[in-house]
Write a protein that binds this ligand. Sequence first.
Ligand SMILES: [Cu+2]
Length: 303
Amino acid sequence: MHSMWLRGLLNKRAAARACAISLLAATGVAAITVAAWADFPRPWELGMQAPATPVKDRLSAFHDELLIIITLITIFVLGLLLYVIVRFHHQRNPVPTRTSHNTVIEMLWTVVPVLILVIIAIPSFKLMYYMDRVPDPDMTIKVTGHQWYWSYEYPDQGGLAFDSNLIPDADLKPGQKRLLDVDNPLVVPVDTTIRVLITGTDVIHSWFMPSFGVQEYAIVGRLNESWMKIEHDGVYYGQCNQICGINHAFMPIKVQAVSKDDFQHWLVDAKKKFAHDDKGVDAVRVAAASGSPDTALPAPAGN
Ligand SMILES: [Cu+2]
């Protein structure tokens, strides 16, 4: 009597578990469908940020393809489990078979997963090479990771360089994002293929811009390369995503993508604003060479 009750309970539990799994899967799919696309992280967000570059477009599409494949596999395995639970329940199947080998099935469950992995690997490798190669860049930007801020250089613009520091909570203005806004964002033009060179000066950092599909290590003595072609103007946020010390959480990335005209205007102002910034090595060199009186460095001998 007692065991009958327990069996009933177990059956109910198995059914409840199956129900819960199906419900969870359905909720997951629904949530992904209705998730709001964003160019910065939001609380309780599901899914990825909206793509702003061709690389991220392809990454998101590949993610969606994988989601379909993984959902089909999960439903298939769940179906097999349910079938086994019902069909081979010990009440229906009191004397289990003693079969221990079945060559056909064993071949199948080896070959089919291999085929699935090959089907996944082909677009995956294609995408990896697409992300890796900078297609004919229009301009270059150098990103340097420091403990704990980023600095940006525009080698094509006479070595324009500046640091980008987090705005502390106490100094936030209305509309600025806590732990994401910085004093000097990286400003870049839209519809321009930008080569991004990334390096570091102390420990390993990582320049991670979710909506661009760019995530590259900043390593001392190494120059890593990535690229981006931002398709929509706007403000995008990212973060260092390689644990780099006590202030790892306080070195966000803010990128402002503007029209090509606005970028030229910004350049004129920025060159004035950052001309004597002693943190931009190249800017100082330019200023020192031109004999500017308000730089701390002495003019080179023989000038
Ligand atoms: Cu870092």
